[in-house]
Unconditional design. Structure first.
Length: 479
């Protein structure tokens, strides 16, 4: 890190005092929540649409199912694996610019897919390029909402994640209609145009004002040490005394946030004529890996997603294999999705209650989710299988809401972007490892062993989350 001064450069000490941005908890924040919801609908819709596209691609390219399926597999994995890259870019250029650029890259990848004539080329355009583009809006849609809210952070996060019902009931049927009306190329072209709405939503991610940094410098005209303050401006900041020999900006004094960060100098007017510019944030904060509780939490996420997708992948097939009709099997899945959406709002409400420990709530929900998945093979009739599908959708909603909130509880809001990017990367690795393991268990054993194993993975994840609660809570973490 370096500093720039309009006069002679001054040495910077190791002490950097970073200010806290006060979350507005409303106002423009609700526009941010709505924008994040639209981004999440588009990202999930693009993932679901590849399933609807699969049959058309098989017919057009005349390739094997496994080779054609790589397009979708790459598209699902790349946004997650690129989580750290998204964090890096966001730290460099900011949330708004990163989201807008990500939306443009996504549109370029999707639209260019309409001109390809091979599975390999489409894996690059649809899978890698569009997948890379989506990684930045997807990450920022979580982080920006958390930054705009504190008291209502859980509820706001939940609202921004209520995407499943919209995607399954509106987005997917619309995409099916587009394929039938305009062929797969026309449908993908329109999907690329729809993805440009990410650019509009990204423009709504206004940076929060008021972030301050204090840079300890040695002024040649003062015998004492001073702290100069800069907030993206090059003019003197009005200071007001808080003690006999110390000064802070008037706006900060009114909030009583920074009395522990005093500014002192015999003649601050001369010093403030040439203030130093704000120091850059590290492009990726590797100090997050020194926090044992965060490392444990990230590991729990990796284990969780090895088994998390099993009910979504196999529930319909298992239901039809035990003499349920296709309509009944689809009803189970619909109930799972509706209760999942309700659960997101429920956990959004519960997560903001001060009397509820979020990690206890999350670990308990994961244990219940794992138990539900593990006992699925014990039932073969319609009613209990339907109830279990609904319970899975309800309890699994905790992952959508509480993951980012617990990271904030552990590390603080200023490290959420880097930490969540790593969690997404591990989730992407799990998404690559999980399906082959699920397929091997099914081919080698049966549905029963697959559900048992998935349930065990989810329960182990819940136990690890619980263990993070046993360690001493980090003091003075910025919220």
């Amino acid at each position: 890190m370096t500093e720039e001064c309009s006069d002679k450069p001054v040495p910077v000490s190791k002490s950097i005092r970073r200010g806290k941005v006060e979350a507005p908890d409303g106002g423009w924040g609700w526009v941010v929540v709505f924008s994040a919801l639209i981004i999440n609908v588009i990202t999930l819709g693009c993932s679901y649409s590849i399933g609807e596209l699969h049959v058309s691609l098989l017919d057009y390219f005349q390739e094997s199912r496994s080779k054609t399926a790589r397009i979708g597999s790459i598209f699902v994995a790349v946004p997650l694996l690129c989580g750290p890259i998204a964090s890096f870019v966001t730290n460099r250029i900011g949330f708004r610019k990163a989201t807008i650029i990500g939306g443009l890259i996504t549109a370029i990848g999707l639209i260019s897919s309409t001109f390809v004539n091979s599975v390999e080329a489409m894996a690059v355009t649809y899978g890698f390029i569009a997948g890379l583009g989506i990684s930045m809006p997807y990450l920022n849609s979580i982080v920006v909402v958390a930054m705009y809210f504190e008291k209502k952070r859980s509820l706001a996060t939940g609202i921004s994640r209520c995407r499943a019902v919209i995607v399954t009931q509106i987005f997917v049927p619309l995409y099916q209609y587009l394929i039938m009306s305009y062929s797969w190329r026309g449908a993908v072209m329109i999907l690329g145009a729809i993805s440009l709405n990410i650019v509009v939503c990204g423009a709504a991610f206004k940076p929060l004002e008021g972030a301050k940094e204090y840079i300890k410098v040695q002024d040649s005209h003062c015998d004492d040490k001073i702290f100069t303050e800069q907030d993206h401006v090059d003019h003197a900041i009005e200071l007001t005394p808080i003690d006999e020999d110390f000064l802070v900006s008037k706006s900060l004094k009114s909030k009583d946030n920074y009395k522990s960060n005093p500014v002192s100098c015999h003649d601050f007017r001369e010093t403030m004529k040439t203030p130093c510019k704000q120091m850059n944030k590290p492009l990726f904060d590797i100090s997050i890996f020194t926090n044992v509780r965060y490392v444990m939490f990230a590991l729990s996420g990796f284990i969780l997603y090895i088994g998390y997708d099993v009910p979504y992948l196999l529930y319909v097939n298992r239901a039809t294999s035990i003499d349920n009709t296709q309509e009944r099997a689809m009803f189970m899945v619909d109930l799972m999705i509706y209760l999942h959406t309700f659960g997101i709002l429920l956990y959004g409400f519960l997560g903001d209650r001060k009397q509820i420990n979020r990690r206890y709530l999350y670990s308990g929900s994961l244990l219940l989710t794992g138990a539900v998945v593990a006992i699925v093979p014990l039932f073969t009739t319609f009613l209990p299988c339907t109830i279990l599908a609904g319970l899975f959708g309800l309890f699994s909603a905790s992952t959508e809401v509480l993951t980012s909130l617990i990271i904030v509880d552990i590390l603080g809001i200023d490290k959420l972007s880097d930490a969540y990017g790593v969690v997404l990367f591990l989730q992407g690795v799990s998404s690559l490892v999980g399906p082959p393991v699920v397929g091997w268990l099914y081919d080698s054993y049966s549905y029963d062993k697959t559900f048992y194993s998935a349930g065990c993975c989810i329960c182990i994840s819940g136990i690890i989350v619980f263990l993070t609660s046993l360690k001493r809570t980090r003091k003075n973490a910025p919220k």
